[in-house]
Design a protein around this ligand. Structure first.
Ligand code: COA
Length: 164
């Protein structure tokens, strides 16, 4: 069985990520979306919220599961018996960082290969920070994220405004 990990921060998951997940689900027997708990970023959503959010939007893919992990990605991949790491390549600007990560991970774990998938060109400009910023300023994010994520963003913004 060919198992792949699709790791990321997913704060929040966008249509661009979902496009990569759908492509990976067509290629691999099993895809595990791995939400990074110890990201250098300070996420808006908790680990659990991000896992629940992704679960809600990948239901139509029976071979996709969602989990979170701490520590090194390759250690997590080994624990899950994955032989591939999936990453999305949106533009040339992604390349240098991805190249470094892929080669480092290969040095750390020879049996795990990084596979790059290109999301639909409609999503090449998209990232999670842009979506968060639009939502925080009350803009419409419906073309960037599924309705479930839009609702979670709206709830988060309301809670933050109530605290302020
Ligand atoms: N569509 C839309 N946006 C996308 C995207 C796509 N297809 N692919 C990436 N992005 C966005 C993300 O939303 C994110 O946006 P943001 O910076 O505004 O939040 C950005 O592009 C890149 O982030 P992401 O893909 O989430 O990856 P990451 O850089 O946050 O995550 C990890 C990197 C978690 C995979 C990496 O840090 C890791 O492996 N950590 C574990 C520790 C480890 O093993 N370190 C050694 C690695 S060599």
């Amino acid at each position: 069985m060919r198992i792949a990990i699709y790791p990321g921060t997913f704060d929040p998951v966008t249509y661009g990520h979902l496009d990569v997940i759908a492509r990976a689900a067509d290629i691999f027997d099993k895809v595990i979306v791995g939400v990074a708990e110890n990201s250098a970023k300070r996420p808006l959503f908790t680990d659990l919220e991000r896992v629940q959010m992704i679960r809600a939007v990948v239901r139509k893919h029976p071979n996709v599961s969602v989990d979170s992990f701490q520590g090194l990605l390759v250690s997590y991949a080994k624990r899950k018996k994955a032989t591939a790491i999936v990453r999305g390549l949106r533009a040339v600007s992604d390349f240098e960082y991805e190249f470094q990560m892929a080669l480092t991970n290969r040095k750390l774990a020879r049996g795990i290969t990084t596979v790059f998938l290109m999301p639909h060109e409609e999503y090449t400009y998209l990232n999670s920070s842009i979506v968060r910023e639009i939502a925080l300023f009350g803009g419409d994010v419906s073309t960037f994220v599924p309705p479930e994520v839009r609702r979670m963003l709206a709830r988060k913004v309301r809670a933050m405004n109530a605290r302020a």
